[in-house]
Each structure stands twice: as C-alpha cells, then as structure tokens.
Design a protein around this ligand. Structure first.
Ligand SMILES: Nc1nc2c(ncn2[C@@H]2O[C@H](COP(=O)(O)OP(=O)(O)OP(=O)(O)O)[C@@H](O)[C@H]2O)c(=O)[nH]1
Ligand SMILES: [Mg+2]
Length: 368
C-alpha cells in the first residue's frame, strides 16, 4: 500500500477541530482523495465520532486515553482506518486538553512509521476569543494551568490556525494575525472559518503538500500540565429518549440552556459541552464553548418518538459536581413526558498524562 498522509489537528477544547475535520474531509473527497478520520477521548461515547461517522466516512476512535498515553491505540486506529478506507489522507483530532504532541506523537510516528506515513505539519487551532485574551496575558476564563496547556499547544505548533473567523470583523482579524505573527514567529499562521469555508483551501493546500510535521519541541512542566487537565470534570453519557409528540429542538435548547445557566451561576468555566441527538438520518447538535451566549444548536429532528442522545461535558469543576448538574438538568428537561434510559455514563477527572514515548529531539522528516 502506498504511503498515507497524516494531518494532526490539535487545539484547545471547543476550538473547532471536529468541524474542520468534517469540512476538510468533504473538500478532500471532492478533490478525489480517500479520507479516514480518527477521534480521541478519555472515555467512550463521543459526540465527535457520532458527528463524523454520518455519511459513511471511515472513522476510528481511540477512547479511554489520549493518543500520547496510548500510542499503541493510536497505531491500531491508524492501521484500521487506513486499511478500511484505503486512505490517501488521515485526519486525526487529539483530545483538546492535550499538549506536548510534537514530542509524544509526531516524533515517534516519524521515527517508526516513515515507511507508511507522511506527517503533515502539526496544526493547532485556536478560538479567536480565547486567543485574544491569552495574548493579553489573560487565561481565557480558564484555570491558569489550563491556560498553560493552551499556550503550550500554540508554542509547539508548526501551523497555528485561527478558527471561526466569521465571528471577527476584517480589521479585528488583521490585528489578531499581526499579534500572533509577533508572538509566535516560528509557526505558519492560517485563519479560516469552517462554517463559511473562507481560508479552508489555503490551509488544506499547506497540510496536503508539506511533509515537515513536528519542527518544534517545547519544555513542558508535567505538574502544571496534569493540574490543567485535572481541574476539568469530564462526563460522557448516552441515553435513549422516548417521548411522543416531542419537539426535540426545543428539548435540546432547554437542556443546553439549563446546563449553561447552571455552570455560569456556579462560576464554572466551560471547556466544551456538546450534545448530539439522532433519529434515523436526522440529527441535531448543541454546543456550549464558554458562557451561555456561546450556545449554538444546529440541525433538526422533525417527528420521532425515540431519539438517541450523546452528551459530552468538559467543565472546570469536580466530576461529582458535574454529574449532579447534568442529572438535574436532564431530569428537569425530561419532566414527566420524556423517558430517559441510560446506556452509558462515565464521569471522571483526567489522570496525570504519562506518555508512552517522549522524544527529546526532532526526527528528520521523510519527504512525501
Ligand atoms: N462561528 C463559527 N463557529 C464554529 C466554526 N467552527 C466551529 N464552530 C463552532 O465551535 C463549536 C466547537 O466546535 P468543534 O468542532 O466541536 O470543536 P472541537 O475543537 O472539536 O471541540 P473538542 O472536541 O471538544 O475539543 C461548535 O459550536 C461549532 O459549531 C466556525 O468556523 N465558525
Ligand atoms: Mg472535537
């Protein structure tokens, strides 16, 4: 089998990675490329996997641990999806609270799989609102140790991608890019909106032609990194919902509003809270990437008496407190007319990162 190109898209929780994977995969497919996607999380039942798997795209999931701490899991997923899709290009999304990817994933892959994989530049996405605050010396409303992860992700990037540019005026974007170029002179800078498609082809052109992933290694304080992850409560749950004559969009709006208001009233920073609801081919998705004003709902489910719900929440609070908030919001939103039957429920706080490999030197890239 010929070599396959691997594009890693990192970046903090809610930056827009999965949206880019989906849009990027569509465009590459239009260019005649065969695509495989890989998702990653601390626990199974992923909104991202369900979102990307519709439309018969080949998706493999590494769950239960991040790529760096489960390198073999990553290798297995790469092998599975590469073979299944006969893929020209694989796009993989590491966990949003993960960093040190150059040392723990990119270098080991270049070292061990150069005969199979061409490694594209490591792309790191950043939400422009959080980014502006980080550049101002703030913490983007995150715990200082979580903000440390955000900054380290940017430092190790070969390519920094400012996402969601449709939320910026042209002059705001120019100013943000100028500040980024000054702060991170060693990274190539791209900006795009996966929603409007602006800038997407420029980024795709770079990651499908360049083969020099992992040019930067950064110093990493694993105590701060571990704390930055441990301050997040992490909940992955799945339910079957039954309710006759239910307006499922109103249900999603009500559930997400209730969650957002509760987190805001508790002063708990939201990394990302997302739901995906599905009935046959219809689906809707809801996201909160900060305070309640970040709430967005997309898609529609018309009439269905039974719906599958996946809920993933990453919020700065203890797992116990998160569990309680989600249970209460779900109970009150379901009321007496909707029956929620649990299929999966995992609530945790991420353990200390303990990478399988950690390289202290840049492995020479093999030209693809
Ligand atoms: N306005 C706008 N919103 C976007 C864009 N791209 C993503 N979003 C929104 O940002 C939110 C998070 O997007 P995701 O793609 O799920 O982010 P992610 O980085 O994969 O998040 P995690 O997997 O939790 O780390 C969703 O509400 C998306 O709709 C964009 O280009 N423009
Ligand atoms: Mg994602």
């Amino acid at each position: 089998m010929k070599t396959t190109r691997l594009i890693l898209v990192g970046g903090f929780l809610g930056a827009g990675k999965t949206t880019l994977l989906w849009e990027g995969a569509q465009r590459l497919a239009d260019r005649g490329q065969r695509i495989g996607l890989i998702t990653n999380d601390q626990a199974p039942e992923l909104v991202d996997t369900a979102f990307l798997s519709r439309d018969h795209v080949a998706v493999a999931e590494v769950s239960g641990s991040c790529f760096c701490c489960n390198f073999q899991g990553l290798l297995d997923a790469l092998h599975t999806v590469r073979t299944a899709a006969q893929a020209d290009v694989l796009i993989a999304e590491p966990v949003g609270s993960c960093t040190d990817l150059s040392a723990t994933i990119v270098q080991p892959l270049k070292d061990r799989l150069s005969h199979e994989l061409v490694i594209a530049p490591l792309s790191v996405m950043a939400d422009p609102v959080r980014l502006a605050d980080i550049l101002d010396g703030g913490t983007a409303e995150l715990h200082p140790s979580a903000a440390y992860i955000f900054r380290k992700q940017l430092e190790e990037a070969d390519i920094i991608v400012i996402s969601k540019t449709d939320q910026l005026t042209p002059s705001e974007l120019i100013a943000l890019k100028a500040r980024m170029a000054e702060a991170y002179p060693d990274a190539d800078l791209f900006s795009l909106s996966a929603e409007t498609g602006e800038g997407l082809d420029e980024w795709l052109d770079a990651v499908t032609t360049q083969s020099n992933g992992g040019q930067h290694l950064v110093e990493m304080d694993y105590d701060i990194y571990a704390e930055g992850e441990a301050v997040l409560g992490w909940l992955n749950a799945a339910f079957t919902l039954n309710g006759d004559m239910t307006d499922w969009n109103a249900f999603a709006e009500s559930l997400m509003t209730s969650l957002g208001q509760q987190f805001d009233s508790m002063g708990a920073s939201v990394g990302h809270v997302k739901i995906l609801m599905k009935s046959d081919d219809a689906f809707l998705i809801g996201n909160l990437t900060g305070k309640i004003d970040t709430l967005g709902i997309r898609g529609t489910i018309q009439t269905a008496s039974e719906v599958q719900l996946i809920l993933n929440a990453r919020v700065q609070m203890s797992p116990e407190a998160l569990e309680k908030v989600v249970r209460e919001a779900l109970d009150s939103t379901c009321g007496e007319h909707i029956l929620a039957t649990p299929k999966a429920w995992r609530c945790l706080s991420p353990g200390r990162p303990n990478p399988t490999h950690r390289y202290d030197h840049v492995v020479k890239s093999v030209e693809g």
